[in-house]
Ligand binder design. Structure first.
Ligand code: ADP
Length: 207
């Protein structure tokens, strides 16, 4: 049991701010953030898995589960070996994985999911606008076309949303994603700081 990574999942629709919040959390000692989409985007696009990523993400579709979980696990092992992620010191904050119930099952042997932060965004059109703005700034092929964004939303509703039901209800905390980044962060911290303190010693003092 103890060899599984102690984990918090950031969960929410495309554009809900998982990446923004994850990055902030990842800068706090004792937290380690990994975005699955970001790992995919850093792959060599001429590699097999890199080509698979482009093929699926450009259509707004999920990369097949086996390739995703394998790529994720290899990446985590590399980070662990290099000690950038220290499983005994850091609470892992994952965003973008698991993206469907099958991935959640495949990850069971690797993760102990302590908490799920569900970033709730009631206004779909508002989120779609956020994604279009980000696509312009960050050169994201998957968000450049409105039809691809809408497809990503469909995939979220059909495949990703049911992941919430896979985990025990008392592990899910709902957070309103429409507030300012600082306000959203405040609510997330309220939930995850006690978890980090319960499961780990103080990352700075070692106490
Ligand atoms: P966002 O955070 O905007 O929802 P991501 O950066 O997480 O988007 O993901 C971008 C694309 O990468 C997805 O549309 C999908 O094609 C692929 N991807 C990322 N994570 C996964 C995953 N866990 N399973 C399958 N595909 C994924």
């Amino acid at each position: 049991m103890t060899s599984r990574f102690q984990t918090v999942l950031l969960f929410g629709a495309p554009g809900s701010g998982k990446g923004t919040q994850g990055k902030i959390l990842g800068n706090i000692p004792g937290f380690y953030h990994l975005s699955c989409g970001e790992v995919f985007r850093t792959l060599d696009t001429s590699s097999e898995v890199g080509k698979t990523f482009i093929e699926f993400s450009s259509k707004g579709l999920l990369v097949p589960d086996d390739a995703t979980v394998k790529m994720w696990h290899q990446n985590m092992q590399a980070r662990t070996i290099l000690s950038s992620y220290k499983p005994n010191v850091d609470l892992l904050v994952l965003d973008g994985i698991p993206r469907n119930v099958n991935q959640a099952k495949l990850l069971e042997k690797h993760l102990q999911v302590l908490q799920i932060i569900h970033l709730v965004c009631p206004d779909k059109e508002e989120m779609i606008k956020r994604l279009q703005k980000r696509a312009l700034k960050e050169n994201r092929i998957d968000d450049a076309k409105e039809e691809v964004i809408r497809k990503r939303w469909d995939v979220y509703e059909e495949e990703t949303f049911p992941v919430l039901k896979y985990y025990p209800k008392n592990t899910v905390k709902e957070v309103d994603a429409t507030g300012s980044p600082a306000r959203v962060l405040e609510q997330i911290l309220e939930c995850v700081v006690p978890i980090q303190e319960t499961h780990f010693s103080n990352a700075l003092s070692g106490e």
